[in-house]
Design a protein around this ligand. Structure first.
Ligand code: DSN
Length: 425
């Protein structure tokens, strides 16, 4: 029998079939991507797509909230539990909106905010010059030490003392080492700033207890829900009780109208999944896989920023290989290995044609790959970098990747057993 989509929109059906094949037949190593469970996928595509729910549980502007109120309350309680936070807001459409909501709850437009620059591993919304956040706030940007690739907390403090920001943002999109949120919190206190921590990349590792949580040291914590946390594409905010009202107001009505209830429902499911031993095991394996892959890549002469990784991602500085990030990423993609080109600290090249490559292990770990497969994958990287213009080698690696992928099924059917899901009942 034809599915509804196949019947009514064969073009889109065909394209989605192609995308499904791409996702199963490639090594997806963009560190911000993952595969969600069947339960999360089902909630994302549920009847809640049809519902408006402006407001918050018990205080909505539309009727018919008998179910939505219960779902949102569940999502909030699950978030508070697993992150051990006083308050959670699960309505942000994305991590970008969550960050902007955090700033707007804490400071006025024109005030100074201080975050990690994009070219040093920060996010656009941490005050990068091309972002709205640098237009409405006075943005001061810190970097990493160009030699070590790591944060120099003394320098960050000196910059904070010079500019006296009202908000200091910790967190990154391309930083392979543990972040000391406690020090960020202390620096913020010393200069009278609020501390906003963006843990979009590492929130799954934080929940699993593998990366220290910023919750005790930050006024507000923001995260996306779809990276290591393995939920649908969305955003979330956690904060201390004193900021709860301001955060809720900043999200709605400050920045958004009706929450995307289907996404919010899927976030609730993902949060329940994250409260299971299976999730902790997955998160541990993500980090083990990254460490092993880093070790092997370095054995093959790849220069990793900071000399390795503590988390789920790596940044390769390709300058010693005589290849830029973009052609390498494109050659890898032709061999069915999907990464992204990225700037590296002190990069003389521009962000659109930088010297580095960013890669990570969340999605391939969700597929069930372990250290043994990381050794094989490192070998693929070596072959491609040495044969960047050799199509037949690239095609041969592509066939080997496909074979490897065929041994690790795409988990669009993976299910966390309900008996291990403390929150499901
Ligand atoms: N675009 C995301 C990433 O890939 O890291 C950051 O939000």
């Amino acid at each position: 029998m034809l599915s509804a989509l196949e019947l009514y929109d064969p073009q889109i059906y065909e394209l989605l079939t192609q995308e499904k094949a791409r996702q199963s037949g490639s090594l997806r190593m963009i560190p911000s991507e993952n595969y969600v469970s069947k339960a999360v996928m089902q909630a994302t595509g549920s009847c809640l797509t049809n519902k408006y729910a402006e407001g918050y549980p018990g205080k909505r502007y539309y009727e018919g909230q008998q179910v939505t109120d219960l779902i949102e309350t569940l999502a909030v309680e699950r978030a508070k539990k697993i992150f051990q936070a006083d308050h959670a807001n699960v309505q942000s459409y994305s991590g970008s909106v969550a960050n902007i909501a955090a700033y707007s709850a804490l400071v006025a437009t024109g005030d100074t905010i201080m975050g990690l620059s994009l070219t040093n591993g920060g996010h656009l919304t941490h005050g990068w010059k091309a972002s709205f956040t640098s237009n409405v706030y006075n943005s001061v940007q810190y970097g990493v030490d160009p030699k070590t690739g790591r944060f120099d907390y003394d320098k960050i403090e000196a910059l904070a003392k010079e500019h006296r920001p009202k908000v200091i943002i910790s967190g990154a999109t391309a930083y392979p080492r543990e972040i000391d949120f406690e020090i960020f919190g202390e620096i913020a206190k010393r200069v009278g700033a609020c501390h906003v921590s963006d843990i979009a990349h590492i929130s799954g590792l934080v929940v699993a207890g593998i990366h220290k949580s910023p919750v005790p040291y930050a006024d507000v914590v923001s995260t996306t829900t779809h990276k290591t946390l393995r939920g649908p594409r969305g955003g979330m905010l956690l904060c201390k009780a004193e900021h709860a009202k301001a955060i809720d107001r900043a999200v709605f009505p400050g920045l958004q109208g009706g929450p995307h209830m289907h996404t919010l429902t899927a976030i609730a499911v993902a949060l329940a999944e994250a409260d299971t031993p299976e999730f902790v095991q997955y998160a541990k394996q993500v980090v083990k896989n990254a460490a092993r892959l880093a070790e092997k890549l370095m054995e093959y002469g790849f220069n990793l920023v900071t000399g390795g990784t503590d988390n789920h991602l790596m940044l390769i500085d390709l300058r010693n290989k005589g290849v830029a990030g973009k052609p390498f990423a494109k050659a890898l993609d032709r061999a069915r290995i999907v990464t992204n080109y990225n700037t590296v600290p002190g990069d003389p090249a521009p962000p659109f044609n930088p010297s580095g490559l960013r890669l990570g292990t969340p999605a391939i770990t969700t597929r069930g790959m372990k250290e043994e497969q990381m050794d094989i994958i490192a070998g693929f990287f070596k072959k491609i970098v040495e044969n960047i213009d050799n199509n037949s080698v690239i095609e041969q690696v592509g066939r080997e990747v496909l074979l490897l992928c065929s041994q690790f099924s795409v988990p669009d059917h993976f299910i966390i057993p309900p008996e291990n899901n403390h929150l499901a009942t």
